[in-house]
Design a protein around this ligand. Structure first.
Ligand code: NAD
Ligand code: LEU
Length: 365
C-alpha cells in the first residue's frame, strides 16, 4: 500500500505508529478528519494477517467514525486505533499504559474507547495515563460498556428499517437472522425477543450461540448458512465486508440492519442490494449508539440525555431513506451525503478568525 497516496485519496490527517518493546504494543492510530472536533473512535485489538491489513483496517474504521459522528450530530471528528495482537492472550497492563501515553501525546486530537477485542477494564488502564479515553468504569462517573447502548440504537434503527421495508415498525412475528452474538448482538437479541421476534443466530463461538438459544429460544445455524436462511431481516453483527459478491446472491431478506462496521465489502455492493430492493440501514448510522453514549461523558455523563440522543437514530434512518428516495440514490450514498453536508456546513461556519491558540497577535497583549 502506498500510504500517502491512500491518505491523500480519502483525505486522512494523520497516522501514528506506536511501538513498545517491553509490553509488545504495536498500535496504529488513524485520525481521519477533525473538522467537527477531536477524533473519537474505539481501539480494536485483533490478530491481523499482515501489518498492511492492520493499517488498512485502522484507516477504514477511522473514516467510518468521521461519518458516524457527523451523521449522529456529534461535534467530533473520526479516528480509530488498532492494536495488533490476540485479545485472549496478548494483553497486559503495561501495554494499555504504554498505549495511554501515546494517546496523551496527541493532546486531545484523538479520544479512544472500546471496540472489538477491548473492554472497560482496558479503558481503565488507559485512563491511568490519559484523560482522553471514554467508556471507562461507571465508578469514575463514566458510561461504562457501550455495547448495550449500541444494541439499543441498533434495535430502534432496525425498527425504522422494518417500517420502510414492511410498512410497520413492529418486529413482532418477524424473523431476524443475526450473524455474531457477541457483546452488541446478545443485547440486540434480548430487545428483539422481548418484542416477539423469532431469531436465527450464528457465531464461530459455540458458547455464544448456546447462550442465545437458551435465553431467547433462537434457532442456531452454521456460520456459512446465515446468509441464505428464510428471514425478514439480516443483522450483521460480527465483522465487516460481509455484504459481497458471494453472500448477496444467497440473501432472501427484505432488509439489512445490524451493528457491524463496514458491512459493504465495496460500495458497488450497496448499489446491488439497492437494485434488488433490499432496504439497507447504513452501518455507521444504525450502530452509533455506543459512540453517542461515550461522547456524552465529555459533557459529564447523563444517561437520560444520552439515551434521548440514541433514540434519534430511528429518525436519522428515516431521514436517510427520504434522501435516498428524493435523490434516487442508494441509502449508503444518502447517509454519506447527510454526513458530508454537515461537515461542510460546519467547516464554513467555523471558518472566522478567533484569537486563540498560538496566533502571533497573542504576543502583542
Ligand atoms: N461494541 C460496540 O459498542 C460497537 C459499536 C459500534 C459498532 N460495533 C461493531 O459491531 C460488531 C460487533 O461488536 P461487538 O462489540 O459485539 O464484538 P464482539 O467481539 O463482542 O462480537 C462479535 C461476535 O462475532 C463473532 N464472529 C466473528 N466472526 C464471525 C463469523 N465469521 N461468523 C459468525 N460470527 C463471527 C465472534 O465470535 C463474536 O462473538 C463489530 O463489527 C463492531 O465493530 C460495536
Ligand atoms: C467509541 C466506541 C464506542 C466506538 C465503537 N466501537 C464504534 O465503532 O462505534
Amino acid at each position: 500500500m502506498e500510504l500517502f497516496k491512500y491518505m491523500e485519496k480519502y483525505d486522512y490527517e494523520q497516522l501514528v505508529f506506536c511501538q513498545d518493546q517491553q509490553s509488545g504494543l504495536k498500535a496504529i492510530i488513524a485520525i481521519h478528519d477533525t473538522t467537527l472536533g477531536p477524533a473519537l473512535g474505539g481501539t480494536r485489538m485483533w490478530t491481523y494477517a499482515s501489518e498492511e491489513a492492520a493499517i488498512e483496517d485502522a484507516l477504514r474504521l477511522a473514516k467510518g467514525m468521521t461519518y458516524k459522528n457527523a451523521a449522529a450530530g456529534l461535534n467530533l471528528g473520526g479516528g480509530k486505533t488498532v492494536i495488533i495482537g490476540d485479545p485472549r492472550k496478548d494483553k497486559n497492563e503495561e501495554m494499555f499504559r504504554a498505549f495511554g501515553r501515546y494517546v496523551q501525546s496527541l493532546s486531545g486530537r484523538y479520544i479512544t474507547a472500546e471496540d472489538v477485542g477491548t473492554t472497560v477494564s482496558d479503558m481503565d488502564l488507559i485512563h491511568e495515563e490519559t484523560d482522553y479515553v471514554t467508556g471507562i468504569s461507571p465508578a469514575f462517573g463514566s458510561s461504562g460498556n457501550p455495547s448495550p447502548v449500541t444494541a439499543y440504537g441498533c434495535y430502534v434503527g432496525m425498527k425504522a428499517a422494518a417500517k420502510e421495508a414492511f410498512g410497520s415498525d413492529s418486529l413482532e412475528g418477524r424473523t431476524i437472522a443475526v450473524q455474531g452474538v457477541g457483546n452488541v448482538a446478545y443485547n440486540l437479541c434480548r430487545h428483539l425477543h422481548e418484542e416477539g421476534a423469532s431469531l436465527i443466530v450464528t457465531d464461530i463461538n459455540k458458547e455464544a450461540v448456546r447462550r442465545a438459544v437458551d435465553d431467547f429460544g433462537a434457532k442456531a445455524v452454521e456460520p456459512n448458512e446465515i446468509y441464505g436462511v428464510e428471514a425478514d431481516i439480516f443483522a450483521p453483527c460480527a465483522l465487516g465486508a460481509v455484504i459481497n459478491d458471494e453472500t448477496i446472491p444467497q440473501l432472501k431478506v427484505k432488509a439489512i440492519a445490524g451493528s457491524a462496521n463496514n458491512q459493504l465489502k465495496e460500495t458497488r455492493h450497496g448499489d446491488t442490494i439497492h437494485e434488488m430492493g433490499i432496504v439497507y440501514a447504513p452501518d455507521y448510522v444504525i450502530n452509533a449508539g455506543g459512540v453517542i453514549n461515550v461522547a456524552d461523558e465529555l459533557y459529564g455523563y447523563n444517561r437520560e440525555r444520552a439515551m434521548k440522543k440514541v433514540d434519534q437514530i430511528y429518525h436519522t434512518i428515516e431521514k436517510i431513506f427520504a434522501i435516498s428516495k428524493r435523490d434516487q440514490v442508494p441509502s449508503y450514498v444518502a447517509a454519506d451525503r447527510l454526513a458530508e453536508e454537515r461537515i461542510e456546513k460546519m467547516r464554513r461556519s467555523r471558518s472566522q478568525f478567533l484569537l486563540d491558540g498560538k496566533h502571533i497577535l497573542n504576543r502583542r497583549r
